[in-house]
Write a protein that binds this ligand. Structure first.
Ligand SMILES: NC(=O)c1ccc[n+]([C@@H]2O[C@H](COP(=O)([O-])OP(=O)(O)OC[C@H]3O[C@@H](n4cnc5c(N)ncnc54)[C@H](OP(=O)(O)O)[C@@H]3O)[C@@H](O)[C@H]2O)c1
Length: 333
């Protein structure tokens, strides 16, 4: 059987362009025992993928040139030679930007459509929800009455961070890139305040939103936004370094905030993490997140781009902020 995939054609310089990728057809191998043939229904596009396009040391290996961009996929089983999966079953896989794949069953997790819309397994009940859940609680440790600031607040990770902060009794202050996103955070998700980092008076508005300083900063974006927040931290603050999206397309390093001095002055801690650190606790996180969603305590949003041929567009839209919540691709229009 022929399938389609998107491969990395060359390593991007700065913001990727369509010419850094190539759509191609390929032959799927025949099915062996313990394998299933999957048809991709939804693909995940994520900021971390940009880092894997560079040939540099990181927490995951770089993508190889001329190989498909790996990432989260929801697939439906078309044929099975596995005792674990039957035709029609839904599975979470990691093979990435392809229309079909022959996959070993041990690389798949079955999706139960009873738990919620299946797309949530790539978002709030998947990688991004777990990132928010563990990063905020394990490192941020928000306490009642404290102020938690989250950047990238209207994105997949950020919106869950703010809502869990509220559940812990903290004040949630979001930072996002449009007025509509800020209004959404406050009016729909119950954030106490939200500030647009593109406003000329961003720093003044942030100071007003954090009158008692900042106890927890969950950083998804880095650079100027983080500089503004770090200057407001309180004694004993916890800074959770989850992502630095504003840096991912830069070719030259930028001058950074004098972070050691700020940590020293405030006896604060700063810790980076990746969600994979918590792999042994994913079941616990997913159970808790599913309960939050079922009870309406955590709401979520998805931005769906339709068509496999629009996968690269969807990926690039992450860097221009065109998504609210989890950015996904519906493979077949
Ligand atoms: N540590 C981990 O294990 C882990 C796991 C998942 C994700 N992450 C990181 O968490 C962050 C959020 O990921 P996500 O999947 O939830 O993506 P997302 O927030 O849903 O999407 C990216 C958002 O980033 C904002 N953005 C883009 N360029 C920016 C810039 N130059 N300055 C400020 N904001 C910018 C845009 O929103 P605006 O409209 O607000 O600009 C955009 O919507 C990323 O940095 C990602 O790498 C880390």
């Amino acid at each position: 059987m022929r399938a389609k995939r998107i491969v990395l054609a060359q390593r991007p310089k700065g913001l990727p362009t369509t010419s850094d990728f190539r759509y191609e057809e390929f032959d799927l191998p025949s099915l062996q025992d313990g394998q299933v043939l999957l048809e991709s229904l939804y693909l995940s596009v994520d900021p971390y993928m940009r880092g894997r396009m560079n040939d540099q040391k990181s927490y995951v290996a770089p993508y190889n040139l001329n190989e498909a961009i790996a990432g989260g996929v929801i697939g439906r089983v078309l044929e099975s030679r596995s005792a674990q999966f039957s035709e029609g079953d839904l599975a979470l896989a990691g093979y990435g930007w392809q229309t079909h794949q022959v996959e070993n069953d041990k690389n798949l997790r079955k999706i139960d459509p009873q738990i919620g819309p299946i797309t949530t397994s790539l978002g709030v009940l998947g990688m991004t929800g777990l990132t928010a859940y563990f990063g905020l609680q394990d490192i941020g440790k928000p306490q009642p009455g404290e102020t938690v600031v989250v950047s990238g607040a209207a994105g997949a990770v950020g919106m869950v961070v703010g809502q869990i902060a509220k559940l812990k009794g903290a004040r949630a202050v979001g930072i996002a890139g449009t007025k509509e996103k800020c209004d959404y955070l406050v009016k729909q998700l119950g954030f106490d305040a939200a500030v647009n980092y593109k406003d000329a008076d961003f720093r003044e508005k942030l100071n007003n939103a954090c009158k008692d300083g900042v106890d927890v900063y969950f950083d998804n974006v880095g650079s100027d936004v983080s500089d503004a927040v770090l200057r407001l931290i309180n004694r004993g603050a916890r800074i959770v370094v989850c992502g630095q999206i504003s840096l991912y397309n830069l070719e030259e390093p930028v001058a950074s905030t004098p972070i050691p001095s700020l940590l020293l002055i405030n006896s604060a801690i700063m810790q980076g993490f990746t969600v994979g650190n918590y792999a042994g606790r994913f079941a616990e996180g997913l159970t808790a997140l599913a309960e939050f969603v079922r009870e309406g305590q955590v709401k979520y949003e998805e931005t769906m781009v339709e068509g496999f041929d629009r996968t690269i567009d969807a990926f690039l839209m992450l860097f221009s902020g065109e998504n609210t919540g989890k950015m996904l691709v519906k493979v077949v229009r």
